[in-house]
Design a protein. Structure first.
Length: 542
């Protein structure tokens, strides 16, 4: 296994061939003096020092401060901070015996459980990074691919899942975390020394994209990246001792780190869900999810929640308005490559528009054109994210890293990332999200923003959530929820608000929109449903 700084493990994006100061002056010349000032005021988040330098440092602080406080609970079982510290020490000791040390990657192939958090902390205690996958959801070939890409020598799982985890017995060791936890003869002492000592720029986790558009890519997330969002406001969502944080998301999803690592590094209690998301939501103070997940919950049963945040997909305005009536509600944004989220701001129903907020601390957001020049305030362009949120590139994929990660011409010595999200600034300095670059499509030769059509559908009475897809070069298809929403009223809402070529050829009302394992709208399944509807019912398209 090569060291963390090796080329195959951590590829550093190429440096800019143009002097940053020259690029800076050149790019800003097209802006008015007023917009030039707002470009810097709006685009720069506050400068804040995170409370801890690594996630492990945060956990260790609270394990010493409150050893008898419950750190995590799951389906009737629980573990205190002190017991979790000891259990992860015991497992870390075994990992060290297996040769795992700083800079390496350990596969975490399991399901939601207390053992899951033991595994995460143990991996960190040997200075390594964990690559999480949800067994039973991830395909076997995907698990093999990730183990090969990460060069993981050790895979952690649960004894009941051992037969479902593919292992190369010649090069890998499979360890059941629950068996190690029950073996009290093993020393509960974490390994010591420079081979295991974490640094802020060491990787904490390697998260693989879903691979829906091709081969999954491993995003290398450092402790500095994570602490920058989880140890500052508003990303910490007010997590602190005495509060309970829901863990409802797939462990392979980057937002699950928001729940899990956020709670454990801020002294809160992590409530890991079983089959029912609603049961978990009823027990917690802080809830994080996708809009599609929160849309399945009864708002009346969530009035006790103090803070909630959504990200990962467009948020319907009715959802944001409803939740902001009883808790601090954040509609956030940020791809995995910018560490969970890089924009956030509390929403309130009186706002004219639903924004994705402002840059989070120590981060920047630029709205740029195709030549990477700043656009005037209010114009739509691609959002590029900079600052401490920017991750360490893709694992073993230097070409893609150099394509998406670029030297930041506005902050010499920093890197920025192409989020491939379309955005624009409001006059108040908040960002409006206009969908993905991929969701800007052409219908009958006209440019259409799919999220714009969905937003218009959601403005119709009774429609709580909508999604619009390109069916072919001439037609759009839309889906609305719940099933009681009227497709005709929803269609008319689009006609009333947008040019005629935005009108969906088909609008289907469903009880709820189907979700992927990561909690996002399952667009592939919806497109299949539209095709079946067209074929079986003879729906006439353009």
């Amino acid at each position: 296994m090569q060291d963390l700084a090796s080329e195959t493990q951590l590829h550093t994006p190429r440096q800019n061939s143009i002097a940053p100061s020259a690029a800076n002056q050149l790019d800003l010349q097209a802006l008015s003096a007023f917009d030039r000032d707002r470009f810097f005021r709006f685009g720069w988040g506050p400068s804040v020092t995170p409370r801890f330098a690594t996630i492990l440092e945060g956990f260790s602080y609270y394990a010493a401060l409150q050893p008898d406080v419950t750190a995590a609970e799951h389906q009737g079982a629980s573990i205190t901070y002190g017991a979790l510290d000891q259990a992860s020490d015991r497992l870390a000791n075994l990992l060290a015996q297996q040769g795992v040390k700083r800079g390496q990657v350990v596969g975490l192939y399991l399901q939601r459980s207390i053992e899951m958090v033991v595994g995460i902390l143990a991996v960190m205690k040997v200075g390594a990074a964990y690559a999480p996958q949800h067994v039973g959801v991830a395909p076997i070939e995907g698990l093999k691919y990730i183990a090969k890409q990460t060069e993981a020598k050790v895979l952690l799982t649960l004894s009941r899942l051992a037969d479902d985890v593919p292992v190369d017995r010649d090069h890998q060791v499979l360890i059941a975390i629950d068996e190690v936890m029950s073996d009290t003869s093993r020393p509960a002492i974490a390994p010591q020394g420079k081979d295991y000592l974490l640094q802020p720029d060491d990787r904490a986790m390697v998260l693989f994209t879903s691979g829906t558009t091709g081969v999954p890519n491993g995003v290398q997330v450092t402790h500095r990246n994570l602490c920058n969002i989880l140890q500052t406001r508003p990303g910490n969502l007010g997590m602190r001792p005495g509060l309970r944080v829901g863990q409802i998301l797939s462990i392979a999803f980057d937002m699950a780190a928001w729940e899990t690592l956020g709670a454990l590094s801020n002294g809160a209690t992590l409530v890991i869900r079983g089959k029912s998301i609603a049961e978990t939501a009823a027990k917690v103070d802080i809830l994080i999810g996708t809009p599609s997940i929160l849309n399945t919950l009864d708002v009346e049963g969530c009035q006790h929640i103090k803070a909630a945040a959504v990200a990962g997909e467009p948020c319907p305005r009715p959802l944001a308005d409803a939740w902001s009536q009883f808790c601090t509600f954040y509609n956030s944004c940020g791809p995995t490559e910018t560490t969970i989220i890089n924009t956030a701001e509390p929403h309130s129903a009186h706002k004219a528009e639903l924004s994705i907020g402002r840059p989070t601390p120590n981060n920047t957001v630029y709205v740029l054109d195709e030549d990477l020049s700043p656009l005037p305030i209010g114009e739509k362009g691609t959002m590029w994210a900079g600052g401490d949120c920017v991750t360490a590139g893709y694992l073993a994929n230097p070409n893609l890293t150099d394509e998406r990660y670029r030297p930041d011409p506005f902050r010499p010595g920093h890197i920025m990332f192409n989020t491939r999200d379309l955005g624009s600034w409001t006059d108040d300095g908040e960002l409006l999200h206009h969908g993905r670059v991929d969701d800007l499509v052409k219908i009958c030769g006209f440019r259409v923003e799919l999220d714009g059509v969905s937003s218009a559908l959601e403005m119709s009475e009774g429609c709580e959530q909508a999604v619009t897809l390109k069916y072919d070069d001439r037609n759009l298809v839309s889906f609305i929820a719940p099933a009681t929403a009227d497709p005709e009223l929803a269609t008319q809402s689009v006609v009333d608000r947008l040019p005629y070529y935005n009108k969906p050829a088909l609008v289907m009302a469903l009880d709820e929109l189907p979700r992927t394992a990561r909690g996002k709208i399952d667009k592939r399944l919806l497109l299949d449903m539209a095709k079946a509807e067209v074929e079986t019912r003879g729906v006439e398209l353009k």
